[in-house]
Each structure stands twice: as C-alpha cells, then as structure tokens.
Design a protein around this ligand. Structure first.
Ligand SMILES: [Fe+2]
Ligand SMILES: [Fe+2]
Length: 215
C-alpha cells in the first residue's frame, strides 16, 4: 500500500525504504515497524484546532463501531443490513490497521509490550470472525450468532484492554503534543484507507497476528 504521508514525519527503522519521492515506504506489507518521531504542535491556535488526541480519536472510533453493531442488530431489511455491515467492516478494518501500523508501534515499551501482544491476538480473532461474516449471507442465522460473538470480543478488547488498561499507560508515555501529532497521523491514514474498502484486505490477514517492533 503506498503511503501518502511525508517521510520526514517518521523515523523509520530502515531508511533505505524511503523512495525517490521522499515518501516513507514503511507501510509496505513486509515492514511496519515505524517509530514515531514526535514533532511539536500547538504553535498557534489554528493548528491546535486541527489536532485530535490519539486516545480520543480511538475512543470515538470504538463508540462508532459499537453504534454500528447496534444498527446492524436492529436492521429490518437485508439490503440495509448488508450496507451497514459493510460500513462496520470497513471502519473496523481501518481502525485495526491504524492501531497495528501506527499506534501500537509508537507506544511499544516494556510497560505496554504484554498488552500490545495480547491486543494483536485479539485483533486476529476479530478479523477471523469478520472474514467468516463477510462470506455469509446477512440473513444466515450464523451471521447473527457471529455478530453477537464479535460484539463481545470487540467490547472486551476496546474497553478493557485498550481504554482501561493500555490508554492510561500511553498517557504516561506520550505528552499531549505527541498524542495530538499521532492522532493526526492516524486520522489521515484512516481516511486514506476508507477510500479503498479496507474490509477486503481482512481475509488475507487471518493467518497470524500483526507483527510488532521490539521494545
Ligand atoms: Fe485494537
Ligand atoms: Fe481500538
């Protein structure tokens, strides 16, 4: 996947991947170990207005995903249900990707390592369920059964693992400016991913957990 973000925002662990156009190639499938290079923001009011705290962005996305699950559960006609499911699957896939490629590598630390490894395993489990659901008709009773299971798994992962356990540690690791800069990078990647139906990549990501960089 080509990366549209400028290379100078990143300190990559393999600089030779930076191409002639100055683009960071760190998001290629075989290399995701991006080390985030914090840069000062909030130099003026207008810049501050444009930033979003990384943790707030992820929380908002968790809430949106949960809301979409509720809408799928309540959908009365198949066409509407399929459309809502595709929106849910795209947003969940893009959310997982920005966490695996930007958030988790950036917050990798002795204090977070165990939680991050567990998180990538939980992502894998959710991706397998999502891939199963994509292959089913939305009117199949197993679709609804899997929706119930994926809802429980997502709720556990997003609320307990991330919001309650991981985020407080991240808040101690990254300052407000670093979280704002990271939030902006993640939002830019999320929006780019959403343009390309990211759910379609999910079946290819079900063999093993996403790789993480060393501490
Ligand atoms: Fe996650
Ligand atoms: Fe998350």
């Amino acid at each position: 996947m080509p990366n549209r973000l400028p290379a100078q925002r990143y300190l990559t662990v393999c600089r030779e991947r930076t191409n002639a156009l100055g683009e960071c190639a760190a998001f290629s499938s075989e290399h995701i170990a991006v080390i985030y290079q914090a840069r000062p923001l909030h130099k003026d009011r207008s810049m501050k207005d444009e930033t979003i705290d990384a943790l707030e962005l992820l929380r908002q996305q968790h809430d949106e995903v949960e809301e979409l699950i509720g809408k799928i559960e309540n959908a009365r006609d198949s066409e509407k249900k399929r459309a809502l499911f595709e929106e849910f699957a795209d947003k969940l896939a893009a959310h997982s990707t920005i966490e695996e490629k930007l958030f988790y590598p950036t917050v990798m630390d002795q204090k977070t390592r165990e939680l991050l490894i567990e998180s990538t395993e939980e992502h894998l489990s959710v991706k397998r369920l999502l891939a199963d659901m994509m292959a089913l008709d939305v009117d199949d009773e197993h679709f609804d059964a899997k929706l119930t299971v994926i809802k429980e798994q997502i709720r556990h992962h997003a609320k307990q693992e991330e919001e309650q356990s991981l985020f407080p540690k991240v808040k101690r690791l990254l300052g407000a400016d670093e979280r704002a800069a990271l939030g902006n990078e993640m939002l830019a990647m999320f929006e780019t991913l959403l343009e390309k139906s990211p759910r379609k990549q999910v079946p290819a990501e079900t063999a093993e957990p996403a790789p993480l960089p060393a501490v």
